[in-house]
Design a protein around this ligand. Structure first.
Ligand code: C5P
Length: 231
C-alpha cells in the first residue's frame, strides 16, 4: 500500500479551463486545491503592497520564502486566496498583477523559492494542483498529469467573460493580445517553461463543456488511483 499523497496536475495556458476544472475536481474528490498562478500573483501583490520593485530579485526571493498562501476552491468562480492569513479580494485577478506575476515567474531563483510554498499544499487525502509546471517540475511523481489547451480566441473569450463577471472593465481585443504575450513569455522562458510533461495527457477543451472535461479527467484518474493505492 502506497502512503504517497495522490496529486492531480492540471497545466496549460491562460483560459484553457484548468482553474474551473481543477476546483470542481477538488470539490468532487474532497481534496486540497492549489491555484499556483495565485501563488505567483500573491507574491506580485505583496511586493507591490510593500513598495518593492519586481526587478529587485533578492527582496522578492526573501518575500517568497515568507509567503503563506491558502487556496479555498470555489467551483462557481475563482478560488479564494489568503496571504499570510489575510483574505484577498479580486485584486489578485487583474491583468496588471498577472503581468507582474509572469515577470517574476521567469526568474529561476524565484521559482526555486516558490517550490516549497507550493509543495506544502500536498496534504491528505490528495491534491489538485493547477498551473504551468505542476507536472514537469513541482509534482513530477503526480498520479495523473493533464495538459489543457484551447484555441487562443476561445481562451481570450473565456478570460473576458470571467473578468467581466468579476466587474472588471476589459476590452476583448486588448485581452487577446495581453494573453498571447503572457503565454509566449511563459512558454519561452528557460526556467520551467509552459510545456506538457512527457507523461501528460493533453486535452483540447475548445469544443468541450466544463462538465465533459471534468468527467474525462476523473475517468482517467480513477484507475490510476486504484493502481497507486495498491502499489
Ligand atoms: O494562472 P495565472 O494567470 O493566475 O498565472 C499568472 C502567471 O503566473 C502566469 O502567467 C505565469 O507566468 C505564472 N505561473 C507560473 N507557473 C505556475 C503558475 C503560474 O509561471 N505554475
Amino acid at each position: 500500500m502506497s502512503s504517497k499523497v495522490p496529486v492531480l496536475c492540471l497545466d496549460g495556458p491562460s483560459g484553457s479551463g484548468k482553474g474551473t476544472v481543477g476546483q470542481i475536481c477538488a470539490q468532487r474528490l474532497g481534496w486540497q486545491y492549489l491555484d499556483s498562478g495565485a501563488i505567483y500573483r500573491a507574491l506580485a501583490f505583496s511586493l507591490r503592497e510593500a513598495g518593492i520593485d519586481v526587478a529587485d530579485i533578492n527582496s522578492a526571493v526573501q518575500q517568497a520564502a515568507q509567503l503563506q498562501v491558502a487556496c479555498l476552491p470555489d467551483p462557481n468562480g475563482a478560488a479564494k486566496i489568503s496571504i499570510n492569513g489575510v483574505d484577498t479580494g479580486q485584486e489578485l485577478r487583474t491583468e496588471e498583477i498577472g503581468e507582474l506575476a509572469s515577470q517574476l515567474a521567469s526568474e529561476p531563483r524565484i521559482r526555486d523559492a516558490m517550490l516549497a510554498v507550493q509543495r506544502r499544499a500536498r496534504r491528505p487525502p490528495g491534491l489538485v494542483a493547477d498551473g504551468r509546471d505542476m507536472g514537469t517540475t513541482v509534482f513530477p511523481d503526480a498520479t495523473l498529469k493533464i495538459f489543457l489547451t484551447a484555441t487562443p480566441k476561445i481562451r481570450a473569450r473565456r478570460r473576458y467573460k470571467q473578468l467581466k463577471l468579476k466587474g472588471f472593465d476589459v476590452n476583448l481585443a486588448h485581452l487577446f493580445q495581453v494573453i498571447q504575450d503572457r503565454d509566449a513569455r511563459d512558454a519561452q522562458r528557460r526556467a520551467s517553461p509552459l510545456i506538457p510533461a512527457d507523461d501528460a495527457v493533453t486535452l483540447d477543451t475548445t469544443d468541450l463543456e466544463i462538465t465533459e472535461v471534468v468527467s474525462r479527467v476523473l475517468d482517467l484518474l480513477q484507475p490510476r488511483l486504484v493502481h497507486e493505492r495498491a502499489e
